[in-house]
Each structure stands twice: as C-alpha cells, then as structure tokens.
Design a protein around this ligand. Structure first.
Ligand SMILES: NC(=O)c1ccc[n+]([C@@H]2O[C@H](COP(=O)([O-])OP(=O)(O)OC[C@H]3O[C@@H](n4cnc5c(N)ncnc54)[C@H](O)[C@@H]3O)[C@@H](O)[C@H]2O)c1
Ligand SMILES: Nc1nc(=O)c(N)c(NC[C@H](O)[C@H](O)[C@H](O)COP(=O)(O)O)[nH]1
Length: 279
C-alpha cells in the first residue's frame, strides 16, 4: 500500500455525484468517434478575470473547488493549456486527489496528460520545472507540446523524450498580428488519435477566448466554471469572447450556456452547463 504524499487533496464521494452528468462517460468514449469529450473549465473572479495580469499566478479557487478541479483532472485523459499559462504558472498539471496514481495508488492511473499549445516552442522548461519534478517523482505525466514548427529544437525534443513527452506539430494559421490560430477541430482529432478520449481545457485567457468563438464552441461537450467571490480589478486576464452581431448588425451575446446548474462549494460557486448553439 502506497501512502499519499503530503500535498494530497480530499474530494469526498458525497461531492462527486452532482458532477457526473457533466463529465465524460466512465468508458471515456466521446460523442463522435474521432473527437474526444471536451470540457472547458476555469476559475473566474466576479469581474471575469482569470488572473491579476497575464504573467501572474493567481489563486481564485478555495480549497473545496480546487479539490473539485483535481477530481475533474482524474476524470479526463488530458489537460490543455496555452503556453502563457505554462510560463506564468509553472504548473504541475497533475491530479493530487488521494487514491489516484502517485497519490496512494501505484503507477500513473488517473493522471492526465498535460498538453501545452506553444506555436513557436517558446516555453523554456528544465528539470526544475514543476511538471518535470512531478514526473521524476512518479506523480504526473510528461507534457505533449503542440507546435506550429515542423522541426522544433533538437535539445528540447531530446529533453522531452527523456521524460516520456513529445512535440506534436500541427498546422496553424499565421495571423496578421504575428500570432497563431490553431484549428481546434484538428487539434482535438489529433489528440484523440494519440489516445486521449477526453480532454479538459483549463485556459488561459487567449485559449478560452478562441475556443468560445462561433467556429469552435460546438466542440465543447461541457463547461464547468468556478466563480470566486472576489474582484481582481482592472488589468486582469479577462475572459471575453469576440462580439457577435445578428443579420441587422445588432450586437448579440457572444455565447450562452444551457442546462445550467449551480452548486455552492465552500465560498465559491461552481457553474456547470453546455454551450447553447444558435437556434
Ligand atoms: N483562473 C484560471 O482558471 C486560470 C486558468 C489558466 C490560466 N490562468 C491564468 O491566465 C494567464 C495566462 O493567460 P493568457 O491569456 O496570457 O495565456 P494563454 O495560457 O491563453 O496562452 C497564450 C498563448 O498560447 C498560445 N495560444 C493560445 N490560444 C491559441 C490558439 N487559439 N491558437 C494558437 N495558439 C494559441 C499562443 O502562443 C498564446 O500566446 C496566467 O496568468 C494564468 O495564471 C488562470
Ligand atoms: N481551477 C483553478 N483555480 C484557480 O484558482 C487557478 N488559478 C487555476 N488555474 C489553472 C491553470 O491551469 C493553472 O496553471 C493551474 O491551476 C496550476 O496548476 P497546478 O495547480 O500547479 O497543477 N484553476
């Protein structure tokens, strides 16, 4: 019997039932065979901010909703984030719930695969990055990095390989602003073809904004948002998708949820729903 590390989180059985209708099926299959079940999940302030600034790691979730997010991680095969989040947060992207692989159970069973969207492979990871420390300790998996580069730096390729991670090159559109736009459908199909039957997208702001565009929001099977009772103030990383207009040119809401349920969770509230597609 393995003992759980000291950072293990508890998420009681009694709190799990309400989430079940919003989670991937236990056998992991998605709604369509070539797409994974896809959940969008993040924590927001009362002024729709994910963080105090793009480079700032900002704790919003209280202990109970944080444990819930880690339970979600145990129920998905992969976690997707943008490179901005990887650089700002130096995240672990593992599941720290007691009883999951590395937290009381042998092997990595229940540990999700971290997936980082990094078009130009700019993330400077090292042995000291939290994610790789956790890999060495058998408490998390090595990342897959999604890049637009056909041939990423050989040293980075070798480093990732040593830990069991890899780069995956995908086609991305070059924007006039100099940035990149991934085709989410392509990415999700690619992730499914690499064995991920379910993924949760955690952020940050740019990733969520692009996924909530009219083009891609239908790919989302579930949306689970933690709302923390705090205002972060001006200058935060705001979740606000691009405006939409009706045929007459009048502004309409950018996106809306249906089948909505709210669950109080400690001082936070957790909102679960599905994206409502246009009638
Ligand atoms: N509260 C939360 O739940 C939460 C979750 C995640 C991140 N965060 C916070 O958000 C901040 C980071 O957010 P951000 O918006 O600056 O960065 P981000 O994590 O969205 O990463 C942005 C980068 O990812 C790539 N990218 C994103 N979307 C892309 C797309 N559609 N196509 C191609 N490439 C794409 C680009 O390189 C872009 O520069 C950090 O401060 C972090 O702490 C908070
Ligand atoms: N649910 C949630 N509540 C928060 O208050 C917060 N800041 C995040 N942020 C999500 C983002 O993906 C972060 O990078 C990871 O939460 C850090 O990851 P670890 O905890 O190290 O695994 N997510």
């Amino acid at each position: 019997m393995t003992t759980a590390p000291r950072d293990a989180l508890e998420f009681p059985e009694s709190d799990r039932g309400f989430l079940e209708p919003h989670l991937p099926p236990q056998n992991g299959s998605g709604p369509q065979s070539d797409l994974p079940f896809t959940t969008l999940t993040f924590a927001t302030s009362l002024d729709s901010s994910l963080a105090l600034s793009p480079g700032a790691r900002t704790v919003l979730s209280g202990p109970q909703s944080k444990a819930m997010t880690h339970y979600l991680r145990s129920r998905h095969d992969g976690i997707v984030i943008g490179v901005g989040t990887a650089v700002a947060d130096d995240p672990g992207l593992n599941c720290r719930i007691s009883g999951v692989g590395g937290y009381g159970k042998e092997g990595l069973h229940g540990q999700p695969r971290p997936v980082v969207i990094d078009p130009t492979a700019r993330w400077e990871f090292s042995d000291d990055s939290k994610l790789f420390q956790l890999c060495r300790e058998g408490r998390g998996r090595a990342p897959w990095i999604i890049t637009a580069l056909e041939k990423p730096d050989a040293k980075k390729v070798a480093f990732l390989k040593r830990y069991g991670g890899k780069f995956i090159s995908v086609k991305m559109t070059r924007l006039h602003t100099g940035g990149h736009q991934i085709d989410w459908q392509d990415l999700l199909v690619t992730l499914k073809s690499h064995g991920l039957r379910s993924v949760m997208v955690e952020g940050g702001g740019q990733v969520i904004k692009s996924l909530l565009s009219p083009h891609y929001m239908s790919l989302l099977n579930s949306v689970i948002v933690t709302i923390a009772p705090t205002w972060l103030g001006e200058g935060g990383v705001v979740v606000s998708p691009a405006r939409r207009f009706d045929e007459s040119g009048n502004a309409i809401s950018a996106a809306r949820l249906k089948n909505v349920k709210w669950y109080p969770f400690g001082e936070d509230v957790v909102l679960c729903g599905q994206v409502k597609l246009s009638d």
